[in-house]
Design a protein around this ligand. Structure first.
Ligand code: SAM
Length: 263
């Protein structure tokens, strides 16, 4: 098990939905609005969507609500896939896939078959190397159908925080506090230390877990998308302070013929 999977397994998965506010229904409604605003909606019956790093299903459930016939929900966390299943309530469109997002697309989607692929909520920065991002974008471009859409939301961690600013309060409720400490390792990596305090009666316990995140800049990611053959539609600061990138796989331009050139 790699460091990221172990961190979710040992600490984050069971508190993940709480960390985001605790109301998955509200999160799904928010993601449904966002995806619709980005034009991510099926154009016909039976279209396929893929959610890379689905977590408890914020986007998977949104994509199903938008009407996709099949929604592959990929994650390495069994606990979060189980949480998604409990919310999916037997929805036949939702297909959980317990797998790494690296290399999964050719295994689940025929080339040029997916109408939408999303990788949202900062999943992309969980990949070990920037080369993995490049490879994933190439897989997305191959799996997307013509006019298919890719949506990525992620935190741009390229600008380092200093001193006390590196302690980021995430959420606190009467019995639980989550703080994140960021340690800038090198140009490519930030070590994220999640510090969780939980109260039982009059006693507080502390649990700390750490995992690396990639420092992905907006310009770099836009360039990688273009190199993969995807056309950028949106590249901006989106909800919850995350970067939002939306791209489309345009059809090939018509081949110029001699007759066409003479006109
Ligand atoms: C920050 S959460 C995002 C979850 C959800 N998309 C959201 O918006 O809240 C990242 C998710 O990606 C999963 N993950 C991280 N690295 C992964 C990998 N290499 N392959 C598959 N899943 C991965 C984690 O288990 C976690 O559920």
């Amino acid at each position: 098990m790699d460091t990221v999977s172990r961190h979710y397994d040992q600490l984050l998965a069971r508190h993940y939905t709480w960390m985001l506010g605790g109301d998955l229904t509200a999160l799904v409604a928010e993601q449904t609005r966002l995806l619709r605003d980005l034009g991510v909606e099926p154009r016909g019956p039976g279209e396929t969507a893929v959610d890379l790093g689905c977590g408890p299903g914020n986007q998977t459930l949104a994509l199903a609500a938008l009407g996709y016939g099949t929604v592959f929900a990929v994650d390495t966390s069994k606990a979060l896939l189980d949480e998604l299943a409990s919310h999916a309530e037997g929805n036949q469109a939702i297909r959980p896939v317990h797998a790494d997002i690296r290399g999964v697309l050719p295994a689940i989607a025929e080339p040029a078959s997916a109408a939408a692929i999303v990788c949202m909520g900062d999943t992309l920065t969980h990949l070990p190397r920037k080369a993995d991002v490049t490879a994933l974008l190439a897989d997305c471009a191959a799996a997307l159908a013509q006019d298919g859409r890719l949506v990525v939301t992620y935190r741009d961690l390229t600008r380092p925080l200093h001193g006390a600013d590196r302690f980021v309060p995430v959420r606190s409720t009467p019995d639980q506090v989550l703080t994140c400490f960021l340690e800038y390792v090198d140009e490519e990596t930030v070590m994220v230390h999640d510090v969780l305090h939980r109260r039982s009666g009059a006693t507080w316990t502390q649990q700390v877990g750490s995992y690396p995140k990639l420092r992905i800049g907006a310009d770099w990611l836009a360039g990688q998308c273009a190199a993969a053959g995807l056309t950028l539609e949106r590249d901006e600061t989106g909800p919850r302070g995350m970067r939002l990138l939306a791209a489309v796989k345009k059809g090939r331009p018509p081949i110029a013929t001699d007759a066409g050139r003479r006109r």
